[in-house]
Design a binder for this molecule. Structure first.
Ligand code: GCB
Ligand code: CA
Length: 890
């Protein structure tokens, strides 16, 4: 009896809740099926024999093929299918499907009929579906079939046309079903329904405007009230506003409130208020709709001489760009990763994000609001435009969607568009077509700019240009936006760091009234590669640090530079890239699976206020023993303390002054485990960090029984170490042979020749390996590789790749060696002998040695008293060796 009462009580309670529900929004991410490619007859055929894959959202169809050895990735049609079950209670509701994002052209079908279409892969859209639903069943759920035809083919009318990232296909963000009443807030262009403006804010008072439009799809005229509550961060209602409206079909409303002594929003104190607005039937008191949005009170300005000001205080914007991309997931990343990325950015000490090159998941900006990260958001016109009305229309539409959908975020300070749109020349330089193109481009920019200012006069507009000042100045593009962004790569694509200083001065002189931000700067670093003598293009972690040292110092120092955004917070996929890590742009401070590189620590040490210390090295190292049987190697300690100490195995090594966040120590590593401790600060500020380094000490004399030889991994033609934490191996750079030790005899380092910009090696992807760097470098024309190891059984693994090719295919604009001379494949053939015995015969282009493909072979060797001599005998051309591994078995 008692039980029964409880049950019916709960039932009553539930139905009361349902009645009170206004707009219902629920995600429908599970139980979808997917078919790659088109199917004839869809969506009207009801059964088809094709295989559909069970998936859930977020989903991308390019998780594998954007990373494999095959050039290109699938760009075409994909079909998604799902059954939704619509409750009988929704009979009088307005139903729509809300997509946070799907790349790139989506056609949404309901029960075989086209319900709506959306163009553009990076903004949300909402498709009303009532007309296409099956008749509602009484008291039960009705099954309706949804199909989405999605197409990520190249389309000249849809931005982006061309860019250094992968245009992954898929419904890669959340999808919701939304049921609202006949009378509801107008969520036009997938916007939140209410617009919150703070046109005048000071420490003493703030003006708040709540605006919106109410849609009335019912036929009756109704009197309604819009009641808005302004709630502070403690949940206290600080203001309540009411408007009485008499509805025709639809009606705009505006509510205004002054707030005294507002809590201000800033990166240091991201104080959030929120508004809850409700539409209430004036006669019955029934709630018809509800919309809520967070907001903040802050004011800001940019000054061409003095930079950026927030709430009256100068603030240097320092942060990063960010792509939506995670290892193995393509762009189909769950909210948790979006949020965590913003936490990582905040934990770095940053106060700024450039959401580039397109609007991202809503959870990104929500996190920025909460954490206190100022944001620039942009639409994806990258590298070039198309001079068609359709392209212009899509560009303007995306800009509108971006602004409307994200309007209320206090974190946003800039609306940007058109990244480096003059980089890919459409026409011959100086031609009439090109002149006309620039006129059309600037016209489109002006339209986008003025529509942006009209839609939102409270923020600034920005165009991020590439570091070719004259080009953007002469065409007039740089004059269009309120802020110019410059993507500057001096010390990377351009040789000299000093070019940065000249460039910045030039901007300040030539565009004296235009505020500016360095919207991109960065250098590639493969997290596995290290060098004690870092050089441009060597892709080492150490060069990345060196690069950022230079830029951060300038950004901090020059007041007219309003800020800088590192390219990039995270490594991301750019399918066409030729790299040490193929398909990955490695300019991230974090790897594609979010492991920090040393540059991330460098920024923490320079930006964080709370005491910070971090040993910035690998847990695995290798090197040659000196006469004292140790190996001296540098270790970086990153800290914001003035002085830091480093200890090795409990013994103090040294105390050093920290300069710009970094102190470099020389550590005498011994074989095996070395425990490092770094300390900094005093008293409550005392910080420490520990690290145990497993050191593979390569004996000075390979046959000294006191220091037994175990293994050696050498990358020929290389000056770097490759640390492979996964296989627990370290590859050391080559060295010439000396008696008792190991090394090459003869030959020279492979370089791309005079015009090649790489210090050594090639940056072309090597097929069939994940260890591209060791294959990308090579010694050419060597006669031997020798190791004076003691007697025993060994395994010798030889690695080869032909680095010369006939490939003159057009180069990606970002490729490092695009200025190299035409390359021609060099024919060669050679034998390899180990201790006089031929182990490889006639290795050459006719057999295993294919251009840009890894070839390796492992040979067991029984060694007597004379060590190992690997000899290379050229038959034609010169012999080569890319890498060698020698392991002692017993
Ligand atoms: C740029 C582009 C960006 C690239 C970057 C790079 O200037 O705006 O999309 O990824 O350079 O790494 O080359
Ligand atoms: Ca591929």
């Amino acid at each position: 009896m008692f039980k029964k009462i409880t049950v019916s009580f709960i039932l009553c309670f539930c139905s009361a809740l349902i009645l009170a529900q206004t707009t219902i929004k629920q995600s429908i991410n599970t139980s979808w099926t997917f078919h790659k490619g088109d199917i004839a007859g869809l969506p009207t055929i009801t059964t088809d024999a094709s295989a559909w894959q069970k998936i859930s959202l977020p989903h991308s169809w390019n998780t594998v093929d954007a990373n494999d050895d095959e050039p290109g990735y699938y760009r075409g049609i994909g079909w998604y299918k799902k059954t939704i079950y619509v409750p009988a209670q929704w009979k009088d509701k307005q139903l729509s499907l809300f997509f946070e994002g799907a790349n790139e052209v989506a056609e949404v079908y309901v029960n075989g009929k086209l319900a709506g279409k959306h163009i553009g892969g990076y903004t949300a859209f909402s498709i009303p579906v009532n007309t296409y639903l099956k008749p509602f069943a009484k008291d039960t759920l009705t099954a309706n079939e949804i199909m989405v035809k999605l197409d990520n083919s190249h389309n000249e009318d849809i931005p982006p046309l061309d860019a250094d990232f992968t245009f992954y296909g898929g419904i890669y963000r959340d999808v919701y079903i939304v049921a609202s009443n006949q009378i509801s807030f107008d969520t036009e262009l997938a916007s939140p329904g209410i617009k919150i403006k703070t046109p005048a804010v000071s420490a003493e008072s703030a003006e708040l405007l709540i605006e919106g439009t109410i849609n009335n799809l019912s036929t009756k005229k109704t009197k309604v009230k819009v009641i808005s509550e302004v709630v502070d961060a403690d949940g206290k209602v600080v203001a309540k506003l009411q408007s009485a409206l008499s509805l025709g079909t639809n009606l705009a409303f505006s509510q205004k409130q002054m707030v005294a002594n507002p809590h201000l929003w800033s990166p240091g104190a991201p104080y959030l208020y929120h508004v809850v607005s409700r539409i209430v039937d004036a006669s019955t008191g029934q709630q018809l709709d509800e919309s809520s949005s967070a907001f903040g009170f802050r004011w800001f300005s940019f000054d061409a001489d003095k930079g950026f000001f927030l709430n009256g205080n100068p603030v240097k914007l320092i942060g990063a760009n960010r792509h939506q991309d995670f290892q193995g997931m393509a762009n189909a990343i769950p909210d948790a990763i979006n949020i965590h990325d913003m936490e990582l950015l905040k934990a770095m000490g940053a106060n700024f994000i450039r959401v580039a090159h397109y609007p991202q998941d809503p959870s990104v900006l929500e996190a920025c609001d909460r954490l206190g990260i100022l944001a620039s958001v942009e639409t994806p016109e990258v590298n070039r435009i198309t001079e068609t009305t359709a392209f212009a229309e899509n560009t303007r539409h995306m800009q509108m969607e971006m602004i409307r959908q994200n309007f209320n975020h206090p974190s946003i300070i800039i609306w940007a568009y058109m990244n480096e749109v003059e980089i890919v020349p459409r026409y011959k330089s100086g031609s009439d077509e090109q002149k006309k193109y620039f006129v059309n481009l600037v016209n489109l920019a002006k339209q986008v700019d003025s529509l942006t200012r009209q839609e939102d006069p409270s923020r600034y507009t920005m165009i991020p240009c590439q570091g070719d000042f004259d080009r953007y100045y002469n065409t007039g593009l740089a004059a269009v936006p309120q802020i110019v962004g410059w993507n500057l790569y001096y010390g990377w694509y351009a040789k000299d760091f000093a070019g940065l200083d000249k460039f910045l001065e030039k901007h300040h002189k030539m565009l004296p009234t235009k505020p500016m931000i360095i919207t991109e700067y960065g250098a590639d670093a493969d997290s596995r590669l290290h060098s004690f003598d870092p050089q441009r293009f060597d892709k080492t972690v150490e060069y990345e640090v060196k690069y950022h040292q230079y830029y951060l110092e300038r950004i901090k120092k020059l007041p007219f530079v309003a800020g800088g955004a590192i390219w990039n917070l995270v490594d991301f996929n750019a399918e066409m890239r030729q790299e040490a890590t193929p398909h990955i742009n490695t300019k991230g401070l974090l790897t594609n699976d979010r492991q920090p590189k040393e540059s991330y620590f460098f920024y923490q040490a320079n930006l964080l206020k709370q005491p910070f210390i971090k040993i910035g090295t690998n847990t695995l190292k290798a090197g040659n023993a000196d006469e004292n049987n140790v190996c001296q190697q540098p270790v970086n300690v990153y800290s914001n303390q003035p002085q830091v100490k480093l200890w090795l195995n409990g013994k103090l090594l040294e105390s050093k002054a920290v300069q710009d966040g970094l102190a470099t120590f020389t550590v005498p590593f011994t074989s095996g485990k070395n425990t490092l401790k770094a300390t900094g600060g005093e008293g409550d500020n005392q910080q420490e960090d520990f690290m145990t380094v497993d050191f593979n000490l390569i004996p000075h004399n390979l046959s000294n029984p006191q220091t037994p030889f175990t293994e050696l991994n050498v990358s020929l033609g290389d000056k770097r170490q490759l640390v492979d934490e996964k296989l627990h191996e370290v590859w050391v750079p080559e060295q010439p042979y000396t008696k008792g030790s190991w090394g090459y005899v003869g030959g020279e380092v492979f370089t791309l020749g005079q015009n090649g910009q790489l210090p050594y090696g090639s940056n072309k992807n090597i097929l069939e390996t994940n260890y591209d760097p060791i294959y990308q470098t090579q010694r050419v024309g060597l006669s031997d590789f020798k190791l004076d190891v003691p007697a025993g059984k060994y395994e010798v693994t030889l690695h080869f790749a032909e680095l010369t090719t006939n490939d003159n295919s057009p180069q990606l604009v970002y490729n490092l060696n695009n200025s190299t001379q035409k390359q021609t494949a060099i024919a060669r053939s050679f034998d390899v002998l180990i201790n006089g015995q031929t182990v490889i015969e006639g290795l050459g282009n006719g057999n295993y040695l294919e251009p840009l493909k890894a070839y390796s072979t492992k040979v067991p060797v029984i060694v007597g008293g004379d060590g190992i001599t690997i000899s290379f005998k050229a038959i034609s051309g010169q012999a080569i060796l890319n890498a060698v591994q020698v392991r002692k078995v017993y």
